[in-house]
Design a binder for this molecule. Structure first.
Ligand code: NAD
Ligand code: GLY
Length: 346
C-alpha cells in the first residue's frame, strides 16, 4: 500500500523591489534589525527613525566575510530567542551582501521560517545579493556551501546609503553590473561604456536595469536548475581566486572581475567571443579600477579547486561564456588544457 503525501504547491512568493528614498516602515509584530558596527555607526540612527514596531531589537554581527559562518548564525539565533521573536516577527537585513546572506539564512531556519526584508547598503548588494533569495554562509570547504533559497518579503533600495561606501566597494558592485550587461543586454553594456556611474542619476539607472534583468532570470529559474546559472558568469573562477587569496586579498566583486576576464580567455579560445569584444569588456572593468589579472602559483591546483564548488556535477563544471556581448553559452566540456590557458591568461 502506498499513501501519497500530496505536496503540489500553489505558492506565491512574489515581492517588490522598491527603489526610492526609504519611506517609514511600520510592522505590527516584533522586528530585529541585523547589521554590523560599520553600517550601524554610519546609518542606523536614520533607519531607526523610519522603523516602527511593537519592539525593535538591533543585532550587530562582526564585519567581514570571515564572519559569514555557522558560529555567527548561532549568535544571531540566540539573540532572537532571547528577545522572544516568534513566527510573526520580521528580520531586517541592513548592510551588504554578508549581512543579507546571513539574515536571510537565519530567517529561513528560525522557528522553521519567518519573514525578512532586505535593505542593502552596498552597491553589490543592491544590484545582486539582495535580490533572488540565495542565502547562506561559508565553511572551511568553500563559499556559500551551506544555505537555502528563501525569498525576502520586500527589498528597499535607497542609493542614499552609497554616499559613504568606499571606492573599492563601489567598484566591486560595478563588476556585478558589468557581469549582467555582458551576458544579457548589449544595449545596457554600450550605455555603461559611455556612462559615469559616479553620477547619481546614472547609478540609479544602472541599479534599476541590473535588478530588472536579474529579477527576470530569477522568476524563470528560482532554484538554479539551468537558466539562473548565467548569473554565475566569472564566478567559477572568482570563487577559487577568493579561496587562494584567503578571502582577504580581493573583494568578491573584484574576484568576479578577474573571473570574467578568465572566462573571456576561454571564450576566445573556444571561438564564442572575439578578441575585440573581450578587449571591450576588459576596458570597461579597468574604467572602474577593477583588477583584471591574477597570477596563481599552481594552475593545476586552481583547476582542481573547481570541483569542490557546489556548481560542479559528476566531475563536470559548467562555464558561462559570453557569446558576443549580450549573449552567452553554457559550456560543460571545455578541455582541461583550454581552461589552464584561460587561467594563465594565454
Ligand atoms: P560586505 O557585505 O562585506 O560589505 C562590504 C563592506 O562595506 C563591509 O565592510 C561593510 O560593513 C561595508 N559597508 C556596507 N554598507 C556600507 C555603506 N553604506 N557605507 C560604508 N560601508 C559600508 O560585501 P558585499 O560586497 O556587499 O557582499 C559580498 C557578499 O555577498 C559575499 O559574501 C557574497 O558571497 C555575497 N553575495 C550574495 C549573492 C546572493 O545572491 N545572495 C550575490 C552576490 C554576492
Ligand atoms: N548571484 C548569483 C545569483 O543570484 O544567482
Amino acid at each position: 500500500m502506498t499513501i501519497t503525501v500530496n505536496l503540489q504547491k500553489h505558492i506565491n512568493d512574489s515581492y517588490g523591489i522598491h527603489m526610492q528614498e526609504l519611506a517609514p516602515l511600520a510592522f505590527s509584530e516584533k522586528v530585529a534589525i541585523i547589521t554590523n558596527p560599520t553600517v550601524a555607526d554610519l546609518h542606523l540612527e536614520k533607519l531607526l527613525k523610519l522603523v516602527t514596531a511593537p519592539s525593535v531589537k538591533v543585532v550587530k554581527i562582526p564585519d567581514g566575510e570571515a564572519y559569514k559562518t555557522l558560529e555567527t548564525i548561532e549568535t544571531i539565533l540566540n539573540e532572537l530567542f532571547e528577545q522572544r521573536l516568534d513566527r510573526r516577527s520580521t528580520l531586517i537585513a541592513f548592510g551588504g551582501g554578508v549581512v543579507g546572506d546571513m539574515t536571510g539564512f537565519c530567517a529561513s531556519i528560525y522557528q522553521r521560517g519567518i519573514n525578512f526584508v532586505q535593505i542593502p547598503t552596498t552597491l553589490l548588494a543592491m544590484v545582486d545579493a539582495s535580490v533572488g533569495g540565495k542565502t547562506g554562509i561559508d565553511n572551511k570547504f568553500g563559499k556559500n556551501l551551506i544555505g537555502s533559497f528563501y525569498q525576502p518579503k520586500a527589498v528597499y533600495i535607497d542609493p542614499f546609503w552609497l554616499s559613504t561606501l568606499p571606492d573599492r566597494e563601489f567598484g566591486a558592485g560595478v563588476a556585478e553590473i558589468i557581469k549582467i550587461a555582458v551576458t544579457l543586454d548589449e544595449e545596457f553594456f554600450c550605455w555603461l561604456e559611455s556612462a559615469d556611474l559616479k553620477n547619481h542619476e546614472a547609478i540609479k539607472e544602472a541599479i534599476a536595469r541590473s535588478i530588472e534583468l536579474k529579477a527576470d532570470i530569477v522568476a524563470q529559474d528560482e532554484k538554479e536548475s539551468g537558466l539562473r546559472q548565467v548569473l554565475n558568469y566569472g564566478h567559477t573562477f572568482a570563487h577559487v581566486i577568493e579561496l587562494e587569496g584567503n578571502y582577504t586579498e580581493f573583494l568578491h566583486g573584484e574576484s568576479v572581475a578577474i573571473g570574467m576576464v578568465m572566462a573571456n580567455n576561454l571564450a576566445v579560445n573556444t571561438g564564442s567571443l572575439s578578441h575585440k569584444d573581450a578587449a571591450r569588456i576588459k576596458h570597461l572593468l579597468e574604467k572602474y579600477d577593477l583588477p583584471t589579472s591574477f597570477s596563481t602559483s599552481d594552475p593545476e591546483q586552481f583547476y582542481d579547486s573547481f570541483f569542490l564548488d557546489k556548481k560542479s556535477h559528476s566531475g563536470k563544471i559548467t562555464f558561462v561564456l559570453p557569446r558576443t556581448i549580450g549573449d552567452y553559452v553554457f559550456v560543460d566540456d571545455a578541455k582541461k588544457e583550454w581552461v589552464l590557458e584561460a587561467i594563465k591568461g594565454e
